[in-house]
Design a protein around this ligand. Structure first.
Ligand code: CA
Length: 367
């Protein structure tokens, strides 16, 4: 990320909101600083959803506050203005100027976009941010989306998810065979290769599908969101870790034509507010997951289980094959894979002697 632009943007924002326009600064003419904008922002999230949904509302509020009311953003929950999974097209066509969703929802149109949500056994949340902001990830993303008339920014992180809720025990790799599971994206492809059946179920129907036995298992997010959906009342076994979504990122996408109408200081405000919400949503999940997991552990009907090592190794093998196959048929996926892989390998060395080693030493009974 262009650090000088960020710093310049912050200074400009401060100039406009706190000290009045800085006449010497670029693009701070009376016309551009007095012009106001009213934008629509469409999301994929149910109204009021903790984490993702409320995070977007905070983003809109922060932008309005930082811009002194010059950029007002009205947030629409999934389905209110356009269907939940059509955010990408709505922003491309200009139905809304802004959108908030996960890039793997439009993997059918941009397969390589999955790199900007999650790759199974790939980067975790902190590594994802490191790659995006310091490893050229954001620049690659903006280049990829330029062909679609969109400007993307990282805008939220759930952190490592859970493997999901299961009504069948997973003791060996054979237990995956015939399992009907709700799991989207590349993770779903991996499960399918392991013998499971990938089922598509929207978030609002996961509970009923599990409870009626229409599916045997489902992944959604993690304790914080899963508890609010009541999934612990529909399935017994709560498996970890979320191998398929180790650090899933959310995107804020902006229609390029709308973006180009904004003065430079408002563009900087949007960019910096996205970076702020990226941090804020991640913090909310770390906090919320700790409270919610503790609550779930008190519930005698819930059994917390770790996937057996051989199950994880099989899923890792299929993941690696599927990601390589994607790179072979999609030049953009190859470019992104070539960018991520050297960092991931070096980060493994670093994580082993930092977070991994430290957590083993800190968590009672782990060392
Ligand atoms: Ca998920």
């Amino acid at each position: 990320m262009k650090r000088r632009e960020f710093v310049g943007g912050l200074a400009l924002a401060a100039g406009v909101t706190a000290c009045g326009p800085d006449k010497s600064a670029e693009n701070s003419s009376a016309a551009s600083t007095s012009q106001t904008f009213s934008w629509n922002l469409v999301t994929s999230w149910p109204p009021g959803l903790p984490g993702l949904g409320l995070g977007v509302e905070n983003l809109a509020e922060n932008i309005e506050r930082a811009s002194g009311g010059r950029l007002k953003i009205r947030v629409y929950a999934g389905g209110e203005l356009v269907p939940a999974l059509e955010v990408f097209d709505a922003v491309r066509s200009g139905t809304a100027q802004m959108g908030h969703d996960a890039s793997y929802y439009h993997r059918g149109k941009v397969p390589a976009a999955q790199y900007f949500t999650a790759i199974p056994f790939g980067l975790n949340a902190n590594e994802m941010n490191a790659w995006l902001y310091y490893g050229g990830g954001v620049e690659l993303w903006q280049e990829l989306y330029a062909d679609f008339g969109l400007v993307p920014f990282p805008a939220g992180q759930t952190g490592v998810q859970m493997a999901g809720w299961f009504n069948k025990e997973i003791n060996t790799v054979d237990d995956l065979k015939g399992l009907k599971m709700r799991i989207p994206g590349l993770g779903g492809e991996v499960m399918q290769r392991a013998g499971a059946t990938q089922v598509t179920v929207p978030a609002s129907e996961i509970f009923t599908s599990l409870q009626t036995g229409a599916i045997d298992a489902a992944e959604w997010v993690g304790p914080y969101n899963d508890l609010s959906l009541g999934l612990h009342k529909a399935a017994r076994y709560y498996y970890y870790p979320g191998w398929h979504e180790p650090g899933p990122l959310l995107e804020c996408i902006i229609n390029k034509e709308a973006w180009d109408t904004l003065p430079k200081d408002l563009q900087a405000i949007v960019e910096v507010c996205c970076q702020a919400i990226n941090l804020d949503i991640q913090a909310e999940y770390i906090w919320g997951n700790a409270q919610a997991l503790h609550e779930l552990k008190q519930d005698s009907t819930v059994e917390l289980r770790e996937f057996p090592a051989d199950v994880l190794r099989l899923l890792e093998k299929h993941s690696s094959d599927i990601v390589n196959e994607l790179s072979e048929r999609d030049p953009w996926a190859k470019r992104l894979q070539d960018s991520v892989t050297p960092f991931l390998q070096k980060s493994n060395e670093n994580q082993r002697v930092s977070e991994y080693s430290f957590l083993k030493a800190r968590i009672p009974g782990e060392s």
